[in-house]
Ligand binder design. Structure first.
Ligand code: TEU
Length: 568
């Protein structure tokens, strides 16, 4: 069967990106916090997993109000994470191992401790006076963190806009000097060898002219999400980047519409008729991580309906078909652990973690594996509200109790499941104290289940090892061109069915991926698999279905199988 790739493609279409949350990955200097030196020691592990790039969360100077997403100097490394030499050594070692390095640039806002903001606040008529968004009176915009979006500055005698915390003032991208400086900041790190960037909330940089208040019940799209100049400014940003090698730009785009996502990820034509490269190579979507949100959003969680998940995936695979390119991820530092959220963290922890990974990472697009998901790390057992460290989650709890009048127990149960702390617990390496993450007291406690669930134990396990399964899954994805170049077709199922199945076809090769995303057996799937067209089993998360036979018409709890099919 033909397995030749269609054409030479950019490296990031072949890549598997491993998302590292530096604070919780590996402590290299014994202070209880993860750091760059620690990450460097774990690069061989990342390579052996099958990843070919890492995306590191922000490690720049920061007061750490929002765990580093409040940056006070983009060109220096926060001592918490090490030095610029540590960064340069990490980049060098990563490249030696054929691992590319993406940094996380937070360009919508800075810290209120950034010198630009202090200058802007204290010297309105000075060169930085117009680098942020100042107004005499606020509009009615609400921020993302259950907070108002404006704060009064007595020093300046005006309000300033912050879509996140008051310590994260929004930069004024309308100002050409701001845009120029941010591009130069990116070039500063490109000159030091990085291979691309994840751009934090990059689709909120453009605000509607005049900053009008939102009509009641109106979504902020067009007001401060996917604003009027977003695509234009991102194309300008890309045009200013210097690099002697192919770099990647991954934009995090909360609330993005399909039309806007295509605008960002497709080439455009300039007034002279010349093609202009796409502003972004990929966007990070959120809809697949909102199907379990109730009417009040994230902090009103509901049980997952697989039908809704199928529909969202099918829609975005269709919306971001050629020439766009999707990213694929199941969790990150802002989300609960996927095995707790969508899987079965107790009875079928191995099966559900591997089924979800197969159902997602074989779709069309670049997989992004969040640290710890490859060993099925699960939510942290938060017992009390005062254990919540994350500012967004703590604000949400306070708002549910104080503004929504929820009983504190009910409010805590909602937040406990969704809290961002769940995905930020230290990486579980082995059975040593603190799971081998640190020799000191960790900044956040290690999940007590690390004795059973850690890298070392799963490396030794020959059966039901999530880690070993991930290695096989990512290796198969890399070896078969159909997973990169093939088209995607979701197999329709009854709305209530827990079956998640799709077909990938390329020339005369096709594979069928089926997963039972439930804790009970699913039968009557033989119609999908038309037994005579099944050629062989390429991968399965149950040991015994290694042959083609074996009740092809049914799937056990959380069973996933990848079939090579005849024809396409
Ligand atoms: O998150 C952007 C974002 O969409 C947030 O609303 C986040 O996803 C939230 O948890 C959803 O409920 C980025 C970073 O990933 C996040 O860690 C930062 O706190 C945020 O931007 C501000 O920089």
């Amino acid at each position: 069967m033909t397995n030749e790739p269609k054409e030479v493609v950019p490296w990031w279409k072949d890549a598997v990106i491993y998302h590292v949350y530096p604070r919780s990955f590996q402590d290299g200097n014994g202070d209880g916090v993860g750091d760059l030196a620690g990450i460097t020691t774990r690069l061989p592990y990342i390579r052996d997993l099958g990843a070919s790039a890492i995306w590191m969360g922000p490690v720049f100077s920061s007061p750490q109000v929002d765990n580093g997403y409040d940056i006070s100097d983009y060109r220096t490394i926060d001592p918490l994470f090490g030095t610029r030499e540590d960064m340069e050594l990490l980049i060098e070692r990563a490249h030696e191992l054929d691992i590319r390095v993406l940094l996380d640039l937070v360009f919508n806002h800075t810290s209120d401790q950034h010198r630009w903001f202090i200058e802007s606040r204290d010297n309105p008529g000075g060169p930085y006076g117009d680098w942020y968004i100042w107004r005499d009176a606020p509009n009615n915009w609400q921020g993302f963190f259950s907070l108002p979006a404006w704060t009064w500055s007595p020093e300046r005698g005006q309000y300033y806009l912050h879509l996140f915390t008051p310590e994260q003032p929004d930069l004024n991208w309308e100002n050409p000097a701001v845009r120029k400086e941010l591009a130069e900041t990116a070039n500063f790190w490109l000159d030091r060898g990085v291979d691309g960037f994840r751009l934090d909330v990059i689709n909120v940089i453009s605000k509607r002219t005049g900053l009008p208040s939102l009509p009641p019940g109106r979504a902020p799209n067009g007001y401060f999400i996917d604003g009027p100049s977003t695509a234009e400014w991102l194309r300008e940003f890309r045009s200013r980047l210097r690099s002697d090698r192919e770099i990647v730009l991954v934009g995090e785009t909360p609330g993005v519409t399909p039309e806007a996502a295509r605008r960002y990820t497709r080439p455009a034509v300039d007034p002279r008729g010349a093609e202009v490269p796409a502003a972004l190579d990929m966007v990070l979507l959120f809809d697949h991580l909102a199907v379990d949100h109730g009417p009040e959003g994230r902090w009103d969680p509901r049980p997952l309906e697989i039908g809704a998940l199928r529909d969202v995936v099918e829609r975005w695979q269709r919306e971001l078909a050629e020439p766009s390119w999707p990213s694929i991820y199941l969790s990150n530092h802002d989300q609960p652990r996927v095995v707790s959220r969508y899987g079965s963290e107790t009875e079928f922890r191995y099966e559900s973690a591997t089924a979800l990974a197969t159902a997602f990472y074989l779709q069309r697009g670049t997989p992004i594996v969040y640290q710890g998901d490859e060993i099925a790390m699960r939510n942290y057992p938060l017992d009390r509200p005062d254990e919540i460290v994350d500012i967004e989650s703590a604000n949400a709890y306070r708002k549910l109790v104080e503004q929504h009048g929820l009983d504190s127990t009910v409010a805590f149960e909602r937040v406990r499941r969704e809290a961002r702390d769940n995905g930020r617990t230290p990486m579980q390496w082995n059975t040593d104290a603190h799971a081998g993450f640190t020799g000191a007291t960790p900044w956040f406690p290690v999940n007590p289940d690390y004795i059973q669930w850690n890298v070392s134990t799963q490396m030794e396990q020959t059966q039901r090892s999530v880690l070993r399964y991930f290695c096989r899954l990512l290796s198969m994805r890399r070896e078969l061109a159909v997973f990169r170049d093939g088209d995607f077709r979701m197999i329709r199922s009854d709305a209530a069915s827990p079956l998640f199945a799709f077909r990938r076809s390329l020339l005369d090769r096709s594979v069928l991926v089926v997963a039972n995303l439930s804790s009970h057996e699913v039968s009557r799937v033989v119609s999908i698999m038309e037994d005579e067209s099944v050629r062989e089993v390429l991968l399965c998360n149950y040991a015994e279905r290694t042959q083609r036979s074996g009740e092809p018409g049914q799937l056990r709890a959380w069973e996933t199988v990848v079939f090579e099919m005849r024809g396409n």
